[in-house]
Design a protein around this ligand. Structure first.
Ligand code: K7E
Ligand code: CUA
Length: 660
């Protein structure tokens, strides 16, 4: 483009974009044109920005003090956490510690609350302090995100965590007593009655030892429905149940909504029942698992299962969990299968709940199934049993359409305009295609946009609700390669924000490197739906129970109480001192230490570290936090506040004397 033309175009664009910016006091378009700094174009030209770049910048740049419209909760993959990201600015707002200790939040470094939560996730006495988070799920009411709770799975050890969005803290970890890995989780029912968790790699239930030669007889999968209680804010294992399923490798699920509410759908692979063992001359897993042309979509009637799981005699209790055995699930009409093309990845229900999309992975198509057709096929009774006796519905009776999209289709999202978006892993591209209802001819590939590189999941604004917003789509790319300045051989993941508003082509408008584990999936919620607290409701608050703490200490009532070898410290923190300032101990004492942050001011957090004893706390305004330790080593130790909270922050310290 000629330079003069380019400048004219850019100027026009800048003017148009600024007109569209939603600020309280909108200057008139002419004023903006005049108000543009004279050097704006010079800056653009100097930095080599194209008109598209300028448009993207104007869509994402968020001036200081202006708040983001959306919050994206992205899994942190093998960092074992969740990241809250503002959109469209793509600014990281918070790292929410979940399965792994995190020093800044004082999570897993001594505080009783966090140790209690982390220890719930221990496996038969083994302390688990790692995790692999994949699929965050926001709580829903009537199929809409309600902004109250967030759930996330740990694939590695089959655990589920509950995060309270009032304070963005992890409140509970539940360990599945029958699984040692999961993947199809977390997914919630439209009113969050259940949080679903499905296994991935089959093992004997309860991961008992059994030789791989007994794979078909003893290895199994499990769909788990965890009952969530909004009143307590906890999953109630007593009211939860499992459904035994064949030892296929179940993969990814979605809950039905509206017409399909009460049902759940999961794709699977390895219906070949490959067991690996290349060292014994067997085909390697990656070949053995992809021999057949079809695998099975798993179709669950969760509401029916809940009824059966509440009927004495229809379930068994295994490791403390009620389990509906496979034969009962078949008999009661809880479990059906349907063929799905070659090693798919991802099952996604359309916003109206009428259809679900399964992506091929090793097939260039997505396959669309009709919920209505599934119901008719069940009623027609033409199913044939698989080798475990589970009815397989005829493909022709349940399939609505297939759309050829490209290489390696994985995950699908929706906007509110009747379009679907599917990621193509091998093509490193996103596709947009139309939903056609019951008319196969209505399903059409509309466009394809390259992303960088190897996109896995995609997340659309309010994408898993009954009314997605469209507007933004995020590609969660696995590889970054050349996108960023080199930081050594371990590269960040690359999240790319795309503008999908209007009828124009989808455009990448922001690259966000995420220097933590692979963010498999994310959900994006309107920021104003979350009513998070600025400070805890009362001074002396226990965040674990979300109620006043019995260990709260008031100003002037600080104390050190000795009872034999047991010492209790009742401390307060306020700008700029920790009281008491001296803590005298004797070697061998068992110490219980409570600290109450007396602050009521927004953002007046005090941190606390005790050198030599691996203690790190974060005490938010109003919070009471506790830790315990044995004073095994004598010496003179220092503790201090780790947040630069005032001009006299460095003075916010104290001595702990441990007399030999
Ligand atoms: Cu990485 Cu949903 Cu676990 Cu696909 S998953 S990419
Ligand atoms: Cu409190 Cu620094």
């Amino acid at each position: 483009m000629k330079k003069s033309l380019w400048i004219a175009f850019t100027l026009l664009l800048l003017t148009l974009m600024l007109v569209g910016c939603g600020r309280d006091k909108e200057p008139a378009a002419e004023d903006l044109g005049e108000a543009l700094p004279a050097d704006a174009l010079a800056v653009a030209s100097e930095r080599g920005l194209s008109p598209d770049d300028i448009r993207a910048a104007l869509m994402t740049y968020t001036p200081s003090g202006i708040l983001d419209e959306y919050i994206m909760f992205a899994s942190g993959g093998h960092s074992g956490n969740v990241i809250a990201i503002g959109m469209p600015s793509m600014r990281i707002l918070k790292n929410i510690a979940v399965f792994t200790p995190e020093s800044w939040q004082g999570y897993g470094y001594g505080s009783t609350d966090s140790e209690t939560v982390l220890n719930q996730g221990n496996v038969n006495g083994v302390e688990i302090r790692t995790g692999d988070t994949h699929h965050p799920a926001l709580s829903e009411t009537g199929g809409e995100y309600d902004g109250d709770w967030l759930f996330i799975n740990d694939k590695a050890s089959a655990r589920i965590a509950v995060i309270d969005l009032r304070d963005y803290e992890t409140k509970q970890i539940v360990k599945n007593p029958l699984l040692i890995n999961n993947h199809g989780s977390t997914f919630v029912m439209p009113n969050t009655e259940y949080v679903l968790e499905e296994s991935q790699y089959a093992t004997p239930l309860g991961w008992e030892f059994a030789p791989i030669s007994e794979y078909k007889e003893k290895y199994r999968g499990l769909m788990t429905a965890w009952k969530f209680d909004r009143e307590t804010g906890r999953i109630d294992p007593e009211l939860s149940f499992g459904i035994e399923i064949p030892p296929y490798w179940q993969d990814l699920c979605d809950a039905g909504k509206l017409v399909s509410e009460g049902w759940a759908f999961c794709n699977s692979f390895n219906t070949e029942l490959a067991t690996g063992g290349v060292e014994q001359g067997n085909p390697p897993f990656e070949a053995g698992v992809s021999q057949r042309d079809v695998d099975y979509l798993h179709i669950f009637n969760i509401n029916k299962a809940a009824e059966v799981a509440a009927t004495e005699g229809k379930y068994e209790v295994m490791n403390g969990m009620r389990v509906i055995r496979m034969a009962t699930a078949v008999e009661e009409g809880i479990l059906y299968l349907a063929p799905e093309p070659k090693s798919p990845h991802g099952a996604d229900v359309t916003p109206d709940g009428k259809y679900l999309v399964v992506a091929g992975k090793l097939d260039p198509h997505v396959t669309i199934y009709g919920f209505d057709k599934i119901q008719k096929a069940i009623a027609a009774g033409n199913a044939t049993p698989d080798e475990f006796g589970v009815p397989v519905l005829p493909f022709d009776e349940v399939m609505v359409a297939q759309v050829e999209l490209g290489l390696g289709p994985l995950h699908t999202q929706f906007d509110g305009e009747g379009n679907a978006y599917t990621s193509l892993f091998l093509d490193s591209a996103l596709t947009k295609w139309s939903l056609g209802g019951d008319d196969p001819a209505g399903y059409k590939l509309l466009e394809k946009t390259p992303v960088q590189y190897n996109v896995g999941h995609i997340a659309a604004a309010e994408g898993d609700t009954v009314s997605p917003d469209g507007k933004y789509l995020v590609a969660l790319n696995k590889w970054a390669v050349d996108r960023f300045v080199s930081v050594g051989p371990l590269l960040p993941q690359n999240l790319q924000l795309l503008d999908i508003s209007g009828d124009g082509p989808m455009k990448v408008i922001y690259d966000m490197p995420m220097g933590i584990g692979e963010p498999h999936y994310a959900q994006i919620i309107k920021a104003d739906k979350i009513e998070s607290w600025n400070t805890y409701p009362e001074v002396g608050w226990d965040p674990l129970t979300q109620s006043p703490s019995e260990f709260a200490t008031k100003a002037g009532e600080e104390s050190i109480v000795r009872d034999g070898n047991n010492v209790t410290v009742n401390m307060t923190a306020i700008r700029s001192h920790l009281t008491p300032e001296h803590v005298p101990l004797k070697q061998g004492d068992h110490v219980t230490w409570h600290i109450t942050n007396l602050e009521t001011a927004h953002d007046a957090t005090h941190g606390f570290q005790l050198g030599g004893y691996n203690i790190s706390l974060s005490i938010e305004p109003g919070e009471t936090t506790s830790f315990e330790f044995d004073a095994v080593n004598s010496g003179t130790y220092t503790y201090y506040c780790t947040e630069f909270c005032s001009a006299l922050h460095l003075e916010m310290m104290g001595y702990m004397f441990v007399e030999p």
